[in-house]
Design a binder for this molecule. Structure first.
Ligand code: NAD
Length: 543
């Protein structure tokens, strides 16, 4: 590679959030996406392991299906073998030698181009893959796969520039500099099924900073992950910088996490899996070349709390959207609500009316508000919670599930008299919202209950018109959520606007899509140059 590095302190193209398209009837984007959906329903890509640009199809093959139509196969994907994983780590090491030496601007160009490809010619493909493979409605797919992923690519570049511009001061006679080196080794990126954008962000954020990445995608989001990889290659990502290793997570992790060159883990998924990865790393501390950076954004038990002064309609809508969009399968999804006795009859009536109206079905039908939950395992887990609610609480609305053609679970509102009932504490990751009704006089006590009920602290919201109540909740719930909303639903964080991540058992809170996250993928070197060095060892006080 040439070491030519042209002079220039560069500006970036304007960094703005990708506008969300409406897909309203008659709009050109609707017609274009519908024709892409039709074409892709007939496709059945043969998804490979990709190591150093080479497509490998020798491991076990598994079918990926549409959750809303589980007889429909969307793709076949091949599992990485232990050998493939080792080779991916080895070739990554080779790719690192060149990639880590590129200037940040050269790497940035790859991701800025990926952003423009995604916002333009690739938009329909990535949206269609997310709809067919993960059962997102058009709007849920658009805000995730198209807009959030584009935003991650563009904003991370802007944050990388800001980080590189952070330089120390220099006293007279010297020049101090900070150099943001790539980590020595590889970063292991393990991504969840529920956001295509997270699938794109976890491998690319470390890659932007000069690292090489071993990417293990979620088996239930294989279609969108595959197209994301193709998009990155079209944008000019060099071979071997991100190696793609779908397959058995235990087998892949066993090799990756114990490898001497493990430099970092970039994980999003459940708390239990992250804990097990952290503990494997702990047991292998003596083997690593450097201390691995461990970044994990994990589960949630997200709340919405209404004060007696809350606007009832706004609160009810926030609960419906927050709890049931994408079938409640967002880490930020509202899962427990606290409602004062004085408002409950009205809140309940409005929510029941909305739930009765909600349409659920095949996401190819754009009039649906909900699709299916991701797989049989999720269906069984969520219906298990429904059975518990039937036995131990009151189902106010919904409560139905049907797994015959797709894994459909209807939006459900449960009421409990026990603030510590398991549906108030455990992450369900499905469309079940549990309400606890409190005495209006017990606002202070309720704030303490909200704070102490679950081990998680991801998102939360308060609805109140009374400013003093907002101020009080703001303070009392300081550690109960990493993303806190006032008079808004607890989902829908936008890159650059609400940096995302939670505390406690919800993760390391390195705020995906922010400068804080990028700092984890660099190892800063400080360089001091003295122009005229001392020539005498003695100090004046010795005279
Ligand atoms: P998951 O933990 O089941 O899987 C996440 C990834 O980990 C997948 O790629 C999976 O194959 C892999 N994995 C599973 N077992 C593993 C093992 N033993 N070793 C290594 N990797 C393993 O989570 P999911 O069902 O894909 O996603 C849902 C979870 O993710 C929820 O708990 C949700 O709250 C969380 N989530 C959190 C955030 C956040 O920002 N905090 C965002 C999205 C999702």
């Amino acid at each position: 590679m040439s070491t030519y590095s042209p002079n220039g302190v560069r500006q970036l193209p304007a960094t703005v959030n990708e506008p969300v398209r409406s897909y309203a009837p008659g709009s050109p984007e609707r017609a274009s996406l519908q024709s892409r959906l039709k074409a892709m329903e007939g496709d059945r890509p043969d998804i490979a392991v990709v190591v150093n640009g080479e497509e490998i199809r020798r491991g076990k093959a598994t079918n990926a299906v549409s959750p809303h139509k589980h007889q429909h196969v969307t793709a076949t994907w091949h599992h990485a073998t232990a050998d493939d994983v080792r080779r991916a780590i080895d070739t990554g090491k080779e790719a690192w030698k060149e990639w880590s030496e590129w200037t940040w601007e050269e790497r940035a160009a790859v991701f800025l181009k990926a952003a423009d490809l995604l916002a333009g010619p690739w938009r329909d493909t990535i949206n269609a893959a997310t709809m067919l493979g993960q059962s997102k409605t058009v709007y849920q797919s658009e805000i995730d796969a198209a807009c959030e992923m584009t935003d991650f690519f563009r904003f991370n570049v802007a944050f990388a520039r800001e980080l590189c511009a952070e330089q120390p001061i220099s006293g007279p006679g010297m020049w101090n500099q900070s150099e943001y080196r790539a980590l020595e080794g590889f970063v292991y990126a393990v991504t969840p099924f529920n956001f295509t954008a997270i699938g794109g962000n976890l491998p690319t954020a470390p890659a932007l900073m000069g690292n090489v990445v071993l990417w293990k995608p979620a088996s239930s989001a294989m279609l969108s992950a595959w197209y994301t990889l193709q998009l990155l290659h079209e944008a000019g990502l060099p071979k071997g910088v991100i190696n793609f290793v779908p397959g058995d997570p235990a087998l892949i992790s066993d090799i990756a996490l114990k490898h001497r060159d493990l430099a970092g883990v970039h994980f999003t998924g459940s708390t239990g899996v992250f804990n097990s990865m952290w503990s494997t790393i702990g047991q292998n501390m003596a083997n690593y070349r450097s201390y691995p950076r461990i970044v994990g954004e994990t589960g949630g038990k997200d709340f919405i709390l209404a004060h007696p002064s809350a606007d009832v309609q706004a609160f009810a809508v926030a609960c419906i959207r927050g709890a049931f969009e994408y079938q409640g399968q967002k880490c930020s999804a509202a899962s427990r609500i606290y409602v004062p006795k004085s408002l409950w009859p009205e809140v309940k009536a409005r929510m029941v009316a909305m739930i009765d109206e909600i349409k659920m079905g095949d996401v190819n039908d754009f009039s649906n508000f909900m699709g299916a939950v991701i797989d049989q395992k999720a269906f069984d887990r969520i219906t298990g919670y429904l059975a518990d609610a039937k036995a131990n609480a009151t189902i106010i609305a919904g409560g139905k599930a049907d797994g015959s053609t797709g894994w459909f679970v209807g939006p459900t509102l449960v009421e409990t008299k026990d603030p510590n009932y398991r549906l108030m504490c455990e992450e369900i990751f499905g469309p079940i919202l549990t309400a606890y009704v409190y005495d209006d006089a017990k606002w202070d006590e309720t704030l303490r209950v909200v704070d102490a009920t679950s081990p998680y602290a991801l998102t939360g919201a308060v609805f109140a018109q009374d400013r003093a109540a907002v101020k009080q909740a703001h303070a009392a719930l300081r550690h109960a959520a990493g993303n806190f909303y006032i008079n808004d639903k607890c989902t829908g964080a936008v890159v650059g606007q609400q940096p995302f991540g939670g505390a406690r058992a919800s993760g390391t809170n390195d705020k995906a899509g922010s400068k804080l996250n990028l700092t984890r993928w660099v190892n800063a070197r400080t360089v001091k140059e003295t122009f005229v060095p001392a020539k005498d060892y003695k100090y004046p006080h010795m005279g």
